[in-house]
Design a protein around this ligand. Sequence first.
Ligand SMILES: [Zn+2]
Ligand SMILES: [Zn+2]
Ligand SMILES: [Zn+2]
Length: 147
Amino acid sequence: MKTKFERILRSLNLKSTPKRIAMLEVLDDEQVYLSPEDIWLRLKKRFRTLGLPTVYRNLEGLFEGGVISRVIHPDRKLYYYLCRNEEHHHHFICMSCRRVEDVRFCAERELQEAVRSGIRGKVLSHILQINGLCHACLKKEGTVHVS
Ligand SMILES: [Zn+2]
Ligand SMILES: [Zn+2]
Ligand SMILES: [Zn+2]
């Protein structure tokens, strides 16, 4: 029987290999963004010959194929996460614990209007990533009172 990830890879015309599936499983297990090193550390016991460059290459392939997303991080390192919610939405990224949450907010209409009237252009697509601190991290810092 095919796993859900094999089906996803096939449907996007991407090569399905045990290593790719394992990388997706690691990302799916944790609702946080991970660096290629993080993923490599979690998989190198299972795949003894797995090299870090292979992890980099496969993650980039999965990103380009539209299976996983890449974080734009101020530290300029590479991080990836997996979200299988196919509706148009954006992501909140916790800068402290690396949690990734769906945000069901999109200012598409306002953007279209601002671009149309402001620069007389047309929006074809947009990228929005919200960087912040999640509720649990705020609680840890003692900066919010939980009701
Ligand atoms: Zn957090
Ligand atoms: Zn999402
Ligand atoms: Zn949007």
